[in-house]
Every structure is written in C-alpha cells, then in structure tokens.
Design a protein around this ligand. Structure first.
Ligand code: ADP
Length: 496
C-alpha cells in the first residue's frame, strides 16, 4: 500500500472542540481531523452526544446495543462541518452517539456509571459503522474512554468480514487517566473472565480500559516524543511502564499541533485588539482590556497568565510555594481554571489578599482563555508531567512567553531563551523544585524589564513559530500505514 493512498479514517474521542471540551484532547480531536480532510482523506469523527451539544444535526440511525445482556438504544446524529480549503470545499462528518440515559447530562465525566457509559459508547461505535456503510481502514482511538474498541474489534467484531482489514491506532493523551474498574465490569463489554489476566485487561486487581487500548491496538502513540520515552519509566509510567516497554517497538511520539485559524491573534474576534508579528506592540491593549475585565489596575507592569485545569499534574504546588515571593514583586497574575478545591481556594485567597496583583476566574471559559493568552506577557506551565501541552503552543501564538518545566511535550516545544545568541522561545527549568521555577520567572522578568528591545523581538518571534498540524498530520498518516501493515501481519499470523 502506498503512502499516497487516501485512507478512510474513523476518529473516536470523548470530547471534540467546539462541541465539548474539558482539555487538550478536545482541541486535538477538533483540529487534527480537519487536517486529514484537507489532505483528501475520508475522515469522520464520532463522539457522545452530551446534553449541551446543540449544533444542527440529522438523526440517521437508531439501533439497540447489547450491554450487560440488555438492550440500550443508540441514536446516531450526524452533523457536517463545511471546510473551505484553498479551492476545494469538503465536509467533515461528525457522528454523535446519543442515549438519553447515559449522555443527557450537563457534564462530560465523573458520573457513578462512567464505566457503563463508555462501554456502551464503544460498542455503539462498532455497531454503527456497518449501518452507516462506512468501512474504515483505521479506527483512531483516543484515551481510556475508547480503550475497549481495539479489544472488541480484535476479539469479536473482526470475525465479521466488514471489519477484517480495519486497523487501530490508540493515542494516549494522558496516561494518568486509566479508566480502572472492578473485574465484574468485563461483562459490560461482553467479555468473559478469560480477559481478567495480566496479558489482557487485568490491572492490579481491576480491569483497565486504558490497558485494553494499549494491549489490543495495532499501534500506540502518545503526544510528544519525550513523553513517549518518559512513560516507559517507573517515574512517569503510572504503573503501565512495563507494558509500554514491552510494546516499545509499536510506541511512537507525535507532538500535537494547534489550529492556526482558530488561534489567530490577527483575526480573533474575541480580542480587544488584533495584532500580528509586525504589530506586537499592539498586544498591550489586550493587557489593558484584561486588567479592566479582571478588575486589576491598568498599566504596563508584567502580567503572568495561567490557564489550566487546577490539578497536581500542572505543578501548582511549586507556584503555591513561591507565591508570596512573587507577590513581593511589581507584577500581576491572572489565573483561569477549575479543578481541585485546594487550588481553587488558594488562588481565590490570593486574589483577596492581593487585589491589585492577582485576579482569578474559577471555571471553564473559552473566550476568557483567548483574552488571557492575548493579554499576558508570560504564561506559566510548571507541570510535574505534561504529555504534550497545548497551553504553551497557544501562548506562543499569542506572544505570551511560556515559562515551563522541561518535561514531556514542554521539553519538545520550548527551548530556553539565551539573550546572548537570542535563541530560544521561552524560559525553562529542569528539576521539580520551586526555587528553579522562581529563577525561571526572574530570568523572564529581567529581560522584560531590562532589555525591552530583546523582549519585543522574543515576542515577535514567538508569534511566528509554526506549531500548526501540517508536519504532525503527515506523521500520523505514516503511522496509519504502519498500523495497516501490522494488521495484515496479525491476520496472516492467526490464519497461518
Ligand atoms: P490538558 O489537556 O492537560 O488540560 P493542555 O495544555 O493540553 O492541558 O490543554 C488545555 C486546553 O484547555 C487549552 O486549550 C487551554 O486553553 C484550555 N483550558 C484549560 N483550562 C481552561 C479553562 N478554565 N477555561 C478555558 N480553557 C481552558
């Protein structure tokens, strides 16, 4: 099979921007499939239909899905995204799997019946494809919510001629979230006790949806090269490192991109002031607008931004540690995020204690996030671990200089700024120590205050970096071809 062949790809994710988003997975699932469509592949996306999704769609199918020996209705809604690309016009179909009992709810995750909801979703996806007549070369699964698809496909559905040649790629966006449940959840998937085995789904006394994806998919990847290496070590492997080392020949790292049309300071209608690399000095008007909106005194003091899930992964304990020292300086910090109550309370307290210097918005607010990237001078991402990270890529695009710890995708995308050679695109620290974070922040502040002409050039260069999908989408296509070859070998091996 040549690499120029146009593929039929089904992209499966539990969240897809702009329909539903809690983090970076949605950004990737919203933008990578568009790149494939623009390359001419027949790509379709499927996700659950949560209650709040209100785009226009047609109801195209309605069928029963067996779950725990009973039938549950799957209703398939189809929405079409019109893509304008150069001279060709294409559409990208998005299928929503609907079921009132499982998905007619206000939030995406964290319900008591999580395991059943996503077991249902996975089976419904495989039941849907023959009905809609879409026979994919590749099913591209993402994170634990889609982990059962490769095992169901290999062990049950590939007996059906329709699926004989379908290969799977499983992408790990975050190894920390594993979907581990008690053994009896196997029956939700229609799998016997035989699968409660360390070589299969068993995982430290439970069964793991993530492990199902890791064991049974033809190829695995994660979202940066460094993270692909890190997760094969006990420190980052979340107890899956042994399995990942075993599959290391099939494990790849491809760094995420961002959608440069969606994240474009020159055209972003949410900004007080549009700007581009030739007019980065205008960016300061967005700082004033942000200060005003967040009730901070307006002015030119350096403004540090944080847009994040407020969870341990993001290295927030380092920030907590140095916060008093940061506040002793003439700076401002704007935080947007939600998550652990401890961090939410901490930042709310800081805003009360330092009303001229700290402003906080607890919650998920996509427009405010864009305004924050545009208004901030620096962007904080001191992560403990970071599979790829999109915050630093968006902040570069908007000229907010990232201050990051060198881990995972942060290590692959951000290099330390050297004022001597004027190389680098951010400020990095290596060890997970608050003193190192403080030093990195101070280095950034020193350049900002002491060498404004260098800072302006750093910002200008940041806005011109290319972290679009163009290179990474091509790498994914190569992986799809490798997966197809693996699939072929596997079929030969079981029929030999
Ligand atoms: P993760 O996927 O671990 O949450 P990423 O950096 O990969 O982290 O992606 C986070 C995405 O979610 C970015 O697009 C970021 O701007 C966005 N985001 C995170 N928290 C919020 C929030 N509270 N409001 C709006 N957008 C947010």
């Amino acid at each position: 099979m040549t690499e120029n062949k146009k593929l039929k790809i089904l992209y499966v994710a539990s969240e897809v921007s702009p329909f539903a988003k809690t983090g970076g997975l949605a950004d990737v699932a919203g933008s990578l499939p568009r790149s494939f469509a623009q390359m001419g592949h027949d790509i379709r996306v499927v996700m659950p239909r949560y209650k709040f999704i209100s785009c226009r769609f047609d109801t195209i199918h309605d069928f029963p899905v067996m779950i725990s020996g009973r039938k549950e209705a799957a209703i398939i809604r189809e929405h079409r995204i019109e893509l304008d690309h150069e001279d060709c016009r294409r559409t990208l179909p998005v299928y929503f799997v609907d079921n009132y009992q499982y998905f007619d709810r206000n939030n995406l995750y964290c319900y008591f019946d999580e395991v059943e909801r996503f077991a249902f979703f996975c089976r419904a996806v495989l039941e849907m494809l023959p009905r809609i007549g879409f026979q994919p070369d590749i099913i591209h699964c993402n994170d634990w919510q889609t982990g059962p698809i490769p095992v169901l496909l290999k062990e049950q559905y590939s007996k059906n001629a329709f699926y004989r040649n379908t290969a799977t790629l499983f992408t790990v966006h975050n190894l920390y979230y594993q979907g581990n449940y008690p053994k009896d959840c196997l029956r939700l998937l229609g799998l016997s006790d035989k699968y409660y085995h360390p070589e299969r789904l068993e995982f430290f006394g439970d069964i793991s949806f993530l492990k199902a994806g890791l064991v049974y998919s033809d190829i695995i990847n994660t979202v940066s090269r460094t993270y692909a290496q890190e997760i094969q070590t006990p420190d980052y492997g979340e107890r899956m490192d042994g399995l990942l080392r075993k599959r290391s020949d099939d494990l790849y790292g491809i760094v995420n991109g961002i959608d440069y049309d969606e994240f474009d300071p020159a055209r972003d209608s949410l900004l007080a002031q549009n700007y581009d690399s030739n007019s980065v000095e205008l960016k300061r008007n967005n700082k004033y607008a942000l200060q005003k909106a967040m009730k901070l005194p307006e002015g030119d003091r350096p403004l540090l931004g944080l847009v994040s899930r407020l969870v341990d992964q993001k290295g927030l304990d380092l920030l907590v540690d140095i916060y008093d020292r940061l506040m002793a300086d003439d700076i401002q910090v704007v935080v947007l995020g939600s998550g652990d109550k401890y961090y939410e309370s901490f930042f709310k307290d800081m805003a009360l204690r330092h009303p001229d210097k700290t402003a906080v918005h607890i919650g998920f607010n996509a427009p405010l996030a864009q305004q924050l990237y545009a208004g901030a001078d620096m962007f904080l991402m001191p992560s403990r671990f970071e599979p790829c990270g999109l915050g630093q890529l968006i902040s570069l695009r908007y000229g907010a200089i990232p201050i990051v710890r060198a881990t995972g995708g942060l290590a692959d995308t951000i290099t330390d700024y050297d004022p001597g050679t004027h190389t680098g695109n951010g400020f990095i620290f290596k060890n997970y120590r608050s003193e190192e974070l403080l030093t990195a922040v101070q280095s950034a502040l020193d350049i900002y205050r002491g060498r404004p002409e260098l800072w302006k050039e750093l910002v200008r260069k940041a806005t011109t970096e290319d972290f679009s999908w163009s290179a990474s989408a091509l790498e994914y296509v190569k992986l799809y071809h490798i997966a197809l070859i693996k699939r072929l070998h596997y079929r030969r091996s079981i029929t030999a």
